[in-house]
Design a protein around this ligand. Structure first.
Ligand code: UDP
Ligand code: MN
Length: 467
């Protein structure tokens, strides 16, 4: 009897619990759906995954509405995608103990010796296609979509430009969109990424970091690596501005090369503590503004922190760094873009300097943000021109060019030929090259002429060989 009562009671309890479960589940689903559909509401992704757009900068044009709809859709996909990982192995994110200095990961020692051994054991892996020490071109952008779809469009175009440059110069290419380290977001994201790549690619000697807002504009220029013997960091900058005047723009970290070695891992260890988001970054920013000339008041950025280390920290940072000023390892876009037509008329690729800039860097443009200001419009106009200026150098080989620097449309600049290598005269001296005069004919007309020529040649041969 007691047993029966307790049985009925426990069934009631189970039923009640089940109905609570259903209610909680429904509530959760409602919250998720609401969060996913509310404009500007949290997307369920980490806040650091998206650039925060001030409300006054949101303009309800059709474009921006489309952009926001895509963002919301992706956020929903991202939420549903999360659950599929539940039963797989996931390593807990390490939580930074704020009583200790911030660190990018376990301390690495004797890295140079380790690389030597590894490369001995893996012979041939550390040479690039052209026989030089392997170099990896690295860039990246935020994991989620840009608030302004135009930003994604230019990220894609600039990535295409890197694919071309890497192919032309035998560089490996890595483009990162994953959050490597939560605390090191925005311009700090490059630090944990560089460390990860160094440790995962002992075969790579040099890593060339390029901001997502920087583009190669001299496709022929090759880095003069022989010049950098004994140096571990190559960064664009000016000796007097940095070392004499202590100016925060004395160097620029939009495009730099760093050697895969112990010195570089140590530099990253010294550099990273300025970066973690929050109070730490804000306070470091105040210190950097106090120490560097003309630096505005804002949170610590990677560029100021590097300038600080070179100026005030261990002298070994300065002694192994090469400040490159002889060519545009990065060139500020406003000094470069208005001169492209002039250069095309007067100069040619291959110089990398003001005669033909290697890299055009759109500092301050923030193409991913949805700020519809005349300055941003100008950024996009000039990004298109820079891309086409570079793309013309790529397309030339294939016989195409952009109609104008401002136009994404292309046109033919050469007729196709039946002798693409220009070798026909050497390999088949007897065959008359019909290519140029037959371009405007139909396929049948060309075939007719070819047959006629063959018959004539055969006739001539017969007459020659006849006794
Ligand atoms: N970045 C990244 N992941 C992110 C956000 C930014 O890799 O989640 C990179 C991106 O390549 C960007 C760089 O950080 O170009 C530095 O930022 P930005 O170019 O906007 O700074 P600026 O050159 O204007 O000072
Ligand atoms: Mn940049």
């Amino acid at each position: 009897m007691n047993h029966e009562v307790s049985d009925t009671m426990s069934r009631k309890v189970v039923t009640t619990l089940n109905s609570y479960k259903v209610t909680i589940l429904c509530g959760l689903i409602t919250i998720l759906v609401l969060r996913g559909t509310l404009p500007g509401g949290s997307s369920g992704l980490g806040a650091s995954d998206f650039e925060v757009v001030p409300k006054e900068q949101l303009v309800d044009t059709e474009d921006t509405l489309v952009g926001r709809r895509i963002t919301r859709k992706l956020a929903q996909v991202d939420i549903s995608g999360d659950s599929t990982r539940a039963d797989e192995a996931v390593v807990e994110e390490e939580v930074w103990d704020r009583s200790k200095p911030y660190s990018l990961g376990p301390k690495i020692t004797k890295w140079d010796e380790q690389r030597v051994i590894w490369n001995e054991q893996n012979k041939g892996k550390n040479a690039s296609r052209n026989g030089k020490p392997k170099m990896m071109l690295v860039s990246g952008s935020q994991p989620g979509p840009c608030a302004n779809p135009m930003g994604d469009f230019y990220h894609l175009k600039f990535l295409k430009n890197r694919v071309d440059y890497a192919r032309l110069h035998g560089l490996e290419l890595f483009y990162n969109m994953a959050t490597i380290n939560k605390e090191m977001n925005s311009f700090w994201a490059k630090l944990p990424l560089l460390r990860k790549l160094m440790l995962s690619h002992p075969e790579v000697e040099w890593i060339w970091w390029m901001d997502s807002d920087a583009i190669f504009t001299d496709m022929a220029f090759e880095m003069p690596m022989d010049k950098y013997e004994g140096k571990n960091l190559i960064v664009h900058g000016f000796h007097n501005l940095l070392f004499e005047q202590h100016r925060w723009i004395g160097l620029n970290t939009g495009s730099f090369l760093i050697r895969n070695c112990q010195w570089s891992l140590d530099l990253l260890d010294a550099w990273a503590p300025f970066g973690p988001e929050g109070e730490n970054r804000v306070n470091a920013g105040k210190m950097l503004t106090a120490k560097l000339v003309d630096r505005p008041v804002f949170e610590a950025d990677d560029q100021s922190a590097l300038a600080y280390l070179l100026l005030f920290d261990d002298p070994k940072w300065k002694s192994q760094t090469h400040l490159e000023w002889e060519f545009f390892l990065q060139g500020y876009w406003k000094y470069v873009v208005y001169n492209y037509e002039n250069l095309m008329a007067m100069s040619h690729p291959g110089f990398g300097d003001d005669r033909w800039p290697l890299v055009t860097h759109f500092v301050g443009c923030k193409p991913c943000q949805l700020a519809v200001t005349p300055e941003v419009e100008e950024c996009f106009t000039q990004m298109e021109r820079a891309f086409n200026f570079a793309d013309n150098q790529v397309l030339d080989k294939y016989g195409y060019a952009h109609k104008a620097l401002a136009s994404f449309k292309t046109q033919r600049i050469r007729k196709d030929t039946s002798d693409p290598l220009g070798l026909k005269d050497e390999t088949m001296p007897k065959e008359h090259n019909l290519a140029d005069e037959t371009l405007d004919l139909t396929f049948q007309e060309r075939e007719f002429l070819r047959n006629k020529e063959r018959v004539e040649q055969e006739e001539a041969l017969k007459q020659k060989t006849q006794p």
